[in-house]
Design a protein around this ligand. Structure first.
Ligand SMILES: Cc1cc2nc3c(=O)[nH]c(=O)nc-3n(C[C@H](O)[C@H](O)[C@H](O)COP(=O)(O)OP(=O)(O)OC[C@H]3O[C@@H](n4cnc5c(N)ncnc54)[C@H](O)[C@@H]3O)c2cc1C
Length: 394
């Protein structure tokens, strides 16, 4: 098939890139190797900041609305805080991703599932030949949206994102409905998971229980840590269904994300938020930022998609860098920060405002004043040192 644009991968990044590019008048073919609807390892938490990026409501697929958090450090007392307004929607990736693909199809995108891309070649005229198991397609632009460890970025010559974090999660079923103690709240457990946290997210007929953190520190003991998380809340890991683990790819400094006629978006570009592990936001944001650059490229106004990289560097990367610094500080000294979240209104309010997208990490650091902002980098560096010593000691 001959088309203007091929998007490889129909997760949130790919379906959003396909939709926003098609809305600007291009012909788009969206390919995914999985048969839809398909699930993927994910907590299925969609923050309000993230949902606000979409020009349509997620109501048809929302299974719970989060208005508070139950927070605990290691064996200390759990504290529940209510948010001033909803902070996160809970859904299942099987439903979210199929819904986002439907919106792309409504915008005119041609979708083929069960068609995995096996190879991509750049032809002498600058266009691309894309081979799948059963077919060969041609396009002027190709977008790699095939997630962590995808083939597209590799075949197009992009450096792989860093795999600094891993997570393991499973579902505990409640066929007659989730008990009130878990509804409308996320459970967040800190301190036992280097570089991450444990969570319980409520859905319609089950809860999702998971743990995530630095690959170097947690990788080999992920299952034991999930068992510890389960035991803390009265479950056994053996009772979880669909137990799955996966990488959370993170940006490397100076990563190239666009070139002549090609680009990578979402996890393929390592756009997971280092502090929260939220990757759907970076997926939707990059999937939208790519569209103007593709329109300019197809119209012959520019010779590369570098405009997308510049837009990312302007609009998203300062947040990712600040999030990295806050993550290093938080994980080196979790106790005082969790205490502040539990007991100090302005701190909890700031976190809720960031999750709702009413403020940004960068704006929050301005509250520290100039001296505080100047100290952020050095304190993050000290935090990294403290954490690495702790991890090395085991
Ligand atoms: C355990 C876990 C829990 C998480 N929880 C959350 C959470 O609660 N909230 C949040 O915001 N983020 C969460 N994340 C991160 C989030 O899941 C990802 O950041 C997000 O899915 C990235 O979207 P994407 O579209 O870039 O990639 P993906 O969602 O991974 O989609 C990639 C798509 O590409 C397809 N594909 C792969 N290879 C090929 C190929 N060769 N040809 C064609 N198609 C291909 C795949 O089938 C897939 O559909 C979590 C991650 C993990 C691992």
């Amino acid at each position: 098939m001959q088309t203007d644009v091929i998007v490889v991968g129909a997760g949130p990044a790919g379906s959003t890139a396909a939709r926003t590019i098609a809305e600007r008048g291009a012909q788009v073919l969206l390919l995914d190797r999985a048969k839809f609807p398909r699930d993927k390892p994910c907590g299925g938490g969609v923050t309000i900041r993230c949902a606000s990026l979409l020009p349509f409501s997620l109501d048809p697929i929302v299974e719970d609305v989060i208005t508070g958090a139950r927070m605990k450090v290691r064996g200390f007392r759990e504290v529940t805080r209510e948010a001033p307004a909803p902070i996160t929607y809970m859904t299942q990736r099987r439903r979210l991703d199929a819904f986002l693909v439907e919106q792309a199809q409504t915008a005119g995108v041609k979708f083929r599932d069960g068609e995995g891309v096996t190879d991509i070649t750049r032809l002498p005229d600058g266009s691309f030949e894309v081979k799948t198991k059963g077919d060969t397609h041609h396009a002027r632009v190709i977008i790699g949206a095939d997630g962590a460890n995808g083939v597209a970025g590799n075949r197009l010559g992009y450096e792989a994102a860093g795999e600094s974090a891993v997570a393991l999660e499973g579902n505990y079923p409640y066929p007659d409905g989730v008990p009130a103690e878990f509804r409308n709240r996320v459970v967040l457990h800190f301190g036992d998971y280097p570089g991450g946290y444990g969570w319980i997210f409520p859905k319609g007929d089950h809860i999702n229980i998971g743990v995530g953190g630095w690959k170097s520190a947690m990788g080999p003991q992920l299952r034991d840590l999930l068992q510890r998380m389960c035991r803390t809340y009265g479950f056994d890991v053996a009772d979880l269904q669909n137990l799955r683990g996966h990488h959370l790819p993170m940006q490397r400094r100076g990563m190239v994300m666009a070139a002549a006629g090609s680009a990578v978006v979402g996890d393929a570009a390592g756009l997971v938020d280092p502090l929260s592990g939220d990757g759907i936001y970076g997926a939707l944001r990059s999937g939208s930022l790519i569209a103007p650059a593709v329109e300019d490229y197809l119209a012959g106004r520019v010779s590369t998609l570098a405009g997308y990289q510049l837009a990312l560097e302007r609009e998203l990367m300062p947040e990712v860098e600040t999030s990295t610094a806050l993550m290093e500080i938080f994980h080196a000294w979790p106790d005082p920060f969790v205490w502040l979240l539990q007991h100090f209104g302005p701190f909890w309010g700031g976190a809720c405002a960031a999750i709702r997208g009413e403020t940004t990490y960068v704006d929050l650091t301005y509250r520290l004043g100039s001296p505080g902002r100047a100290l952020l980098g050095p304190v993050a560096k000290a935090g990294r040192f403290v954490s690495s010593r702790r991890v090395a000691r085991g």
